[in-house]
Design a protein around this ligand. Sequence first.
Ligand code: CA
Length: 621
Amino acid sequence: MFRTLRLLFFFIFLAVHGFTAIKIDHVEPPFWWAGMKNANLQLLVNAEGIGKMVPSLNYPGVKLSGYKGSGSNYLFIDLEIGAMAIPGKFVIDFSNAGKIAGSYSYELRKREDFKGKHSGFNTSDAIYLLMPDRFSNGDPKNDNMPGMLEQADRANKDGRHGGDLAGISEHLGYIRDLGFTALWINPLLENNMPKYSYHGYAITDFYKVDPRFGTNEDYVALVKKSQGMGVKVIMDMVFNHCGSYHWWMKNLPQDDWVHQWPEFTRSNYRAGVVTDPYASYFDKKQMLDGWFDVTMPDLNQKNPYLANYLIQNSIWWIEYAGLDGIRMDTYPYSDPDFMAQWMKSVLFEYPDFNIVGEVWMSAAPQVGWWLHNSGMKNGNGQAKSYESHLTNAFDFPLTFALQQALTEQDGWSTGLGRIYDLLSQDFVYSDPSDMVIFADNHDIDRMASKLKTTENVKMAMAFLCTTRGFPLFYYGSEILMKGWADEGHGTIRRDFPGGWAGDTANVFTLTNIEKEKQEVYLYLKTLLNWRKGNKTVQNGILTHYIPENGVYVYFRSLDRSSVMVIMNNSNENKTLATSRFTENLESFSKGIDIINNSKIPDLKSISVSAKSVRIIELSAE
Ligand code: CA
C-alpha cells in the first residue's frame, strides 16, 4: 500500500512539474507570453545530462530556431514566438540518441492589461523608498522559512527582522496619505545567503521572491493593490552581481558566466574610470570586472547568453507584475554596452517605461554621461558619443550639495550658493527633469543625522518638493529617524516604529511619536499632497537668482501660473525686498503660502523666518 501511494505521489509530482524521466531543475524564464513585440525567446534549461540532448517541439506559431548545449547540465533553446502563436502550453521534448528522455510543458500566457500599462514615472511623482525587511512585519509566520539559511534575529542590526510584503500591503494607505505616488522597495528576490541576507542585494534566484517576504503571487497582488490606490511600483533590480549562494554558482552555465580572476579581486569602486578619457585599461577592468564583494560574484554581461538572460528577466518581471518602473543597482559597474542594449530592449517592448539608474557619483558630468541623449564623448575620449537610453538617474551630486549647503555658512560658493552653482551646470543633462532628487537613501547617512537640525530637514524637504526633478524620500525621514552609515548599514535601516506587534511607538497611528516628529510628518504630508496637485511645481520652468545674504529665491512657472520659493539659510529672520525678481513677479500682485495657507497681500516685500522656506503660489488678484 505504502509503495503504491509513493508511486502515485511520484507521478503526481511529475505531472505537476511537467516532465517525465529526467529531472529538470530549472527552466528560465519559467513561462512567457504570446504577443510580445520581440518574437525571440531564449530558454535556459538546467538538468543533469541535458547538455547533450536535442530539443524539439510542435506548436503553431512557435519555431525552435536553435539550441546550444553547454557543459553537461545546461541547454539554451532559441524560440521564435510568431504573431500567430496563441496562449497555451506546449511540450518541449528532450531526446538522447533519438529517444525522448524527458519533456517539459512550457506555457505561453495571455498578456494582461494592467491599469497603468507600464506608463513609467515622471515629474508628477514622489517616491517612497523602503527596505522590506525593516518596514513592517505583516506575517510573523514567514520570518523563518524551510530551506532558508539565515534565521530571523531582530536583536541583530545586520540580521533579518521579519518585515514582508504583507506588512507593506497593510500600510499602503499610510504611504498614499503621506502624498506619495510611487513606491520603490529594496530588492525582494531570494537572497538565500547565510548572513546579511536582509538587504536583498545578493540575489540567489532571479525569478523568485524571497519566501520570507512572501510569494511571487503576493508581489503581483501588492503591485495591483498599490496601483489601484494611485501608488506606482518601482522594482529594484541588480544586474552587476548575484549572491555567491546562487544555485548556478555550484556549476556555472558557462565558464565566463561570471568574471574569473586568478585570485579574488574586488572592484576598485571607482565608477569614474568608466567615463574618464584617460583611464587605464587596468583600472577600468578592475572597476567593471572585479567582484563587488566575496559574497557577490561579478556577472559577465559580455557573455551573450547571460545578456539575454538578464534582459528577459527584467521583461518577465515588468510583464508578470505589471511594473511601473525599475531602479537599477550599481549602474556603472555593469558593461556599458550591455546596459544600453538592455535599456533599448526594455523600451522597445514598453516605450513609456522608466528606469532610474544608481550612478553614485558626486560630479554632474559623471552622472550626465550615463543618461539618454547626453551627447557626451564616450569614455575612451573618442568623439563618438555613448547612447545609454537610460531614462532617469538619481541626483547624487545634488544630494551632496544640499547636505553641505544647509550645514555651513553661506558665501560666494558655499551654503545655498552650492546648490545654485550645481543647478547652473544642468546643461550636462539632456533633460534635468529626469533627475530623481533626494537627501538620503538606504546607503548613506540619514538626513535627520546628516542635516543636524529639524529646521534643516524641513528646508531640505521643501527644496526637494519644489526644485526641478522629482523627489524621493527614504522611509523614516518623515519622523526624523536617525543613523550614520559608518556606524554600520543596520543603523540607517532600523525598524519602522509600529511595523512590529508590540512596538510601543507606532507611526501608522501616531502613537508615542514625539511632537517634533509629528510636526515633520505633517510638514512633509502637506508638501507632498500640495505637490501632487500642482502642475506648475511639477513641470514649470525653473528660474533662480544668485543667493544673497543666505537667501535663495527661485520660481517655477507654467503658462500663467507661478510658484515662488524663498529659502532662508541664515540664522536671522529676514524681510526680503523683491524688486530684483520683477521679471518673475510683474504679472502677480499677491500670493498664498502653501504651508500655513496664509495670504501675502503685497509682494513688494516678503518676510521669511531664519532657517526656513516659504513656498508661495502667486496670483494676479
Ligand atoms: Ca514576516
